[in-house]
Structure formats: C-alpha cells, structure tokens
Ligand binder design. Structure first.
Ligand code: LMR
Length: 396
C-alpha cells in the first residue's frame, strides 16, 4: 500500500526547527518558529510555572482523565482572560469553553464543529496568514478563501481591500481573524478598524473565528483584547481559539482553548454538547498537566501577579529588540527603511526579505527565517544582532 506514497514536504515552520537543530554552525540564529527566547537566546520555563508545578506535585492526587471539555475552572479563567472578568457575556452564561491541546487543537475542533455541526462550507483567512491555518481548515473539510491584508508597501493594513472582499462573502461562511499580534505580519487593525470589520460581519451574517494566540504580547493582557471586545459588542456568534503556549511558555504542554460565544446560555450549552462530540471522536479529552498549571496560576492572586510580570518582561524585551534591530541596520548602512518594524506588534514582523534572500541567509549565514520573510523578533538578542544585521545587509 505504501509503495506509491511520495515523501510529504517538510512543514514550512516546524520543518525549519528540525533543520536548525541539525545545523552544526555554532553561530546559527533561529528566527523561524514563534517561540520566545530570552536575552541569552534560551527558552526557559517561566519561574511562576515552576512554582505552580512544585505545588501541583505535592497536591495532585491522581492522573485521571479530565472531562471531555477539560477542567471547569480552566474554562472560567480562559473566559475571564479573553473578555475581562466583568463581561456580561460571562455573567449571562453565553460563553462556553473547552480546554484543547494547544491553539492548533482549538482551531481543528472549531473547524470540525463549523463543518460538521453548523454545516459550514468555507472559511476566509487573511493573505498572508499563519502557514498552518489553511491546512488545518482544509483537513476539516472546509474550503479556504482569502481576503487581502497587507497594503501595497507591505508595511500596513489594506483595510479597504479587506472590507471589500468580506462584503462579497456569502452568508454563513466563517472568517478567521487574528485578535492581536497578527501572525505573520505583526500588523493589527485599530479599534475603529475593528468596528468596520464587525459591521461587515454582522451585515453579511458571517461567523468570526478568532485566533488569539499571543494575548499580552502587544500592549497588555487587557489592551490586547480590544478587537475581541468590539466583536463581542457587535452581538455576533463567535468561535475563539486561544493558546497559553506563548504567554505561559507552555509550548510542549499543549494548552489551549476553544470558546464559543452564543446568543443565549441555552444555545451555548447546545453548542458545547456538539463541540464535545467533535472532541470525543478526535482525541477524547485534553491533556491534564498544562491546564492544571494555568488554572493554579490564574486562581492564585500572588502567582497571577508574578505571571503578569513575566509576560511584561517578555513583551518589553521584544519591543527593545525591534528598536535595536532597526537602529543596528541603519548604523550598518542599510538604506531601506525598516522603521515599520517598530510599529508592528507581537513576536513577528513581515520583513520584506524575499524567499531567495531567506535561502541565502540560511545557506551562507545559518540564519533561519520562514520563507515568507517572517521574522521572529523574539529570537533576536543583543549578542546576535550584529551578526544578523551584517548578514541582512549583505543579502539585501
Ligand atoms: C509559529 O507561527 O511559529 C507558531 O505558532 C508555532 C507553530 O506551531 O507554527
């Protein structure tokens, strides 16, 4: 049976991590996968996560299965982080949450739910979007359309193009939106632009599927939910796929959530019953450990405050690297204007570096970027900046 099967291509993002690991160059730089690195180029476990794990080790009495939708207290914390603790949607019971294996797990369950239970046919993603979005949605049996996102200069949002395309989308389709820290561009709509997007979603009766993987990496946990709150005010049904990979550094623990916002508490419960069927027929129930860590930290005011400090430190370091990158390129005589990189938010920037230049960076300098030119700014450090900017100047 396997004779005719051809080798699948490597994953455009995770495939680079494998290649990076195998690269013997001691000066190699990894700016590909969206993983935070500290000033020493390491990705250590957050100190608050270690503290919570020590407590869990003492307290945890069994390793039994979680419910199909995960820990109940985890769901409550997720909703409060997403919408703010006092949001009426929570008080009215209109949000339901299932703990999922990472944000990708949430996306797949959301897509299955949309396709199998809501009879959805198509989802629209930004061009460009996270490289795995189209694949996850297609694997769930959905057609994938695209709406424009980048302006002609490649440095800002093409709001007119985005709105014009959404105005042509048939009612009942879903639209994938990035709540903040757009991956791969780092370009987010302003609140006024979110209002215009929400208007079109309402007029066209489209279902927003919001990917919220980087809460806290743009401005703050609270400010980063601004776009989501605009959608919540618009009274649309909504699927929100969120992740604690980045803001808790829990990458390999696979800790995410799918939250459904429905018009009534009763509709939310009906929706959850079907989401649970999608989960049970896929991976049965979510992994325990990461969910317990998050619930432990968010449920304890001291641990929570320590976590917020660590998120702030990660965000500030990335912002500092954005400025240093732009200044260093300028100091090295690069005349192209890269100042837009300091305006972009989150881990990523769309650098405008071409695939051919990306290939040269990798083969000649052991510097790894996604071929689209996406840079993970969180992989920059003060010690690799000179080498990185010299190499970019050479290939430009
Ligand atoms: C990324 O975009 O690099 C991250 O979200 C990691 C991944 O799974 O691709």
């Amino acid at each position: 049976m396997l004779e005719t099967l051809q080798m699948a291509p490597p994953d455009p993002i995770l495939g680079l991590s494998e290649a990076f690991r195998q690269d013997p160059n001691p000066h190699k730089i990894n700016l590909s996968v969206g993983v935070y690195q500290d000033a020493q180029g390491k990705t250590p476990t957050l100190a608050v996560v270690k503290a919570a794990e020590r407590r869990l080790l003492e307290e945890e009495a069994n390793k039994g299965y979680l419910g199909i939708d995960g820990l109940p207290e985890y769901g409550r914390h997720v909703q409060e982080l997403l919408l703010g603790p006092a949001h009426p949607i929570i008080a009215q019971g209109r949000a339901v949450t299932a703990q999922t294996p990472g944000g990708t797990g949430a996306l797949r369950v959301a897509a299955d739910f949309f396709q199998q239970k809501l009879r959805g046919r198509r989802i629209w993603v930004s061009e460009p979007t996270w490289a795995n979005h189209p694949s996850v949605f297609q694997a769930a049996g959905l057609e994938v359309g695209t709406y424009p996102y980048l302006n002609a200069a490649g440095t800002g949002l093409d709001l007119d193009g985005l709105l014009a395309t959404l105005r042509t989308v048939p009612a009942g389709d879903a639209v994938c939106l990035h709540a903040s820290c757009h991956n791969p561009t780092g370009i987010d709509p302003t609140v006024d632009q979110w209002r215009l997007i929400a208007q079109v979603l309402v007029q066209r009766q489209l279902l927003p599927l919001v990917d919220f993987a980087y809460q806290g990496f743009a401005e703050s946990i609270e400010a980063d939910r601004a776009g989501l709150l605009v959608l919540a005010d618009a009274d649309v049904d909504m699927l929100i796929c969120s992740s604690f990979s980045k803001n808790f550094g829990l990458y390999g623990e696979r800790v995410g959530a799918l939250t459904l916002v429905a018009p009534t508490a009763e509709r939310a419960q009906v929706g959850l019953s079907h989401i649970k069927v999608c989960i049970r027929t896929n991976y049965s129930n979510p992994p325990r450990h990461g969910g317990l860590i998050v619930a432990r930290i968010l449920g304890d005011s001291q641990l929570r405050a320590r976590w917020l400090d660590e998120v702030t430190a990660m965000r500030d370091r990335i912002a500092g690297m954005r400025r240093l990158f732009v200044d260093t390129l300028r100091a090295k005589g690069v005349t192209r204007d890269f100042s837009f990189i300091t305006q972009q938010r989150g881990m990523f920037s769309y650098s405008g570096i071409t695939p051919a230049q990306v290939d040269r960076l990798r083969s000649e300098y052991a510097i790894y970027l996604v071929r689209s030119g996406r840079i993970n700014v969180a992989g920059m450090t003060e010690s690799n900046m000179d080498r990185l900017c010299d190499a970019i100047r050479d290939v430009l």
